[in-house]
Design a binder for this molecule. Structure first.
Ligand code: BTN
Length: 268
């Protein structure tokens, strides 16, 4: 996104027939002698090595699902940057609502329809230009939205995923659906830049998937069991324990149990 006043703009998306991973392609370009500007969007009709979080592979229907990455460059603390994934999850939910699909945001960066994942988000990158306090961040945001029917994918994965086609009976082509999704992303990212997570919190609370579900978190004080209770001021997940204490969780890797573990969507 190029900052334009308080808004953001994406560059026109570049489409490739095939890429190993759109995230890897953008990261390679970031490391090149002429790194692309903020707001660059790279989409592929087919990924041969799509990646999910935690080193998982990401399966998508060849030439049928929406798989793309964009570059965000700007100044933000690492805590602020952590909320970019929440902003993107909300944007995907907005986009699905526009299509007529009701979805929820599973903290920090999955989108679910009922108990099945329809979208995963993978953010990679870090400090650009040598870093240092107040340095510029260069983040590659990869988004995979399931558009096509999921019988084969579910068979390969051994679990249930969701797709636009399954929800609506049909899905438009990825090329047609990327522009409206980018519009939703630009709006949510502008809110995040202008107002921080405070500008997103009420919507995130409303969108939060899995409220009341059990979760376990590893904390410096040991393992804590609780239920998902909400999202805090800095975008952290709040767990409520049996004795009504609220525990903030800031990292997905600190979570396990039903909330974190059993819903990895297309990740193989
Ligand atoms: C996850 O849920 O584990 C994250 C999945 C992210 C998948 C997208 S598809 C486009 C981009 N390119 C990749 O290789 N991964 C992301």
């Amino acid at each position: 996104m190029r900052e334009t006043g308080s808004g953001f703009a994406f560059l026109p998306p570049e489409w490739a027939e095939e890429a190993s991973s759109t995230n890897d392609a953008l990261k390679a370009r970031l490391a090149s002698a002429s790194p692309p500007p903020s707001g660059t969007v790279f989409a592929a009709r087919r990924q041969t090595k799509g990646k999910g979080r935690l080193g998982n592979a990401w399966l998508s229907a060849p030439a049928g699902d929406l798989t793309f990455s964009f570059l965000w460059r700007g100044r933000a603390s690492l805590d602020e940057a952590g909320c970019l994934s929440l902003a993107c999850g909300l944007a995907v939910r907005d986009f699905l609502a526009e299509l007529g699909i009701e979805a929820g945001c599973k903290w920090p960066n999955d989108v679910f329809v009922g108990d099945a994942k329809i979208c995963g988000i993978l953010i990679e990158g870090g400090l650009a230009g040598g870093g240092g306090p107040g340095g510029e961040l260069a983040l590659v945001v990869g988004i995979g939205v399931n558009l096509r029917g999921q019988a084969e994918r579910d068979a390969a994965l051994g679990r249930k995923t969701a797709s636009v086609e399954q929800c609506l009976g049909a899905a438009a082509a990825p090329e047609a659906l990327l522009p409206p999704l980018l519009r939703r992303l630009a709006l949510r990212i502008a809110s995040w830049r202008d107002g921080g997570f405070a500008a997103l919190r009420a919507d995130m609370e409303e969108a939060l998937w899995g409220r009341g579900r059990p979760a376990r978190a590893r904390t410096p004080q040991g393992v804590v069991e609780g239920v998902v209770a909400g999202v805090g001021e800095q975008g952290e997940l709040l767990l409520e324990t049996g004795d009504k204490e609220t525990i903030p969780v800031r990292s997905l890797s600190a979570l396990d149990g039903v909330y974190a573990g059993n819903h990895t969507g297309n990740a193989l």
